[in-house]
Write a protein that binds this ligand. Structure first.
Ligand code: PPE
Length: 305
């Protein structure tokens, strides 16, 4: 969705190397078979410096993704946390997106990846608004995709795998091609799953709902943060299955994600939801307060650079 803003160095297999040298062979296993897992993390600048939002939890999810696909990441969560901070510092970035990727590298062909090495990289670069520059304030239009969410017994949504994003890409290409800002995927059972790169929430009569993990979605860290913030603000949040009509008749609908942050949804399949509502705006403000170090109660979500 955005051109890459190049920086100086990338961390690869334990060392920092120049950006331009962070290349790989065309017979890299992951290029052919999608055998890779990754993360997306944000570092925000604030009054007292720069801090990464939920860094440790992202690296823990990275390890969980790898575990599910039987890939051994040869670096501990602590080592990956430290490597991320080092990569941000060496590139002198105050705000950035962080992309750890573990992939089956060069050395084997064929479906079974066991003989291919596991290479690990951490790249950082500046990445602004994910869904366009008016999205956070005005919201975006979305379309229910004709593509179904990858299912729990094929390419599990719980794994943040490169292979999984073929599915996301199909849905996003279709939605954008049809003039919408983003797609929402229903799972094979017809229940609302998530956006191509976001979790989804509804608000109706003050009650906040979001699909449960068992509906086949990624366990979003922003989703978790927003659930916590909402409950702390006194809202009831239910993790419950949603059908498409729940979206049409909701008072408010919004996406959460590291890249998308908290993006209001202004219409679903051309049914108007309207301008961002009060609950959406309150949660968005609190989420940014937490991520940008303005909220002492969520201070433990930050790792200072
Ligand atoms: N679902 C999907 C499918 C997803 O890709 C993301 C993040 C989420 C939910 C939200 O998870 P979290 O970031 O932990 O709150 N998508 C990442 C990749 C986006 C991309 O285009 O690349 C992201 O937001 O970093």
């Amino acid at each position: 969705m955005a051109a890459i803003a190049e920086v100086d160095q990338i961390w690869k297999n334990g060392a920092l190397i120049p950006w331009a040298e962070a290349t790989t062979h065309v017979l890299t296993h992951a290029l052919h078979y999608g055998t890779a897992v990754f993360e997306g993390i944000r570092c925000y600048k604030n009054d007292r410096g720069s801090a990464v939002f939920r860094l440790r939890e992202h690296m823990e999810r990275f390890h969980r993704s790898a575990k599910i696909i039987m890939m051994d990441i040869p670096y501990s969560v602590d080592e990956l946390v430290e490597a991320s901070l080092q990569t941000i510092r060496v590139n002198k970035l105050e705000e950035c997106y962080i992309r750890p990727l573990a992939y089956r590298g060069y050395g084997a062909v064929g479906v079974n990846p066991s003989a291919a090495p596991v290479d690990v990289v951490i790249a950082v670069w500046p990445w602004g608004d994910y869904l366009g520059d008016t999205a956070l304030k005005e919201g975006i239009s979305v379309q229910i995709s004709s593509w179904r969410q990858r299912s729990a017994n094929s390419t599990p949504g719980a794994v943040k795998s490169s292979a999984g994003y073929l599915n996301s890409g199909l849905a996003n290409i279709e939605a954008v091609g049809n003039g919408f800002g983003e797609a929402i995927l229903l799972n094979e059972g017809g229940l609302v799953a998530e956006g191509s790169g976001e979790n989804i929430f509804t608000v109706r009569d003050g009650l906040i709902s979001t699909p449960p993990l068992s509906d086949g979605i990624l366990e979003g860290l922003t989703r978790d943060s927003v659930i916590t913030i909402a409950r702390d603000l006194g809202y009831t949040v239910l993790e419950r299955s949603l059908v498409r009509t729940d979206l049409y008749i909701a008072d408010e609908v919004f996406f959460t994600g590291t890249a998308a942050e908290l993006t209001p949804i202004s219409s679903v399949d051309r049914r108007s939801i309207g301008l961002p509502g009060p609950v959406t705006l309150a949660l968005q403000a609190k989420l940014f307060d937490a991520a940008k170090g303005r909220s002492a109660e969520y201070g433990n979500w930050l790792t200072w650079v």
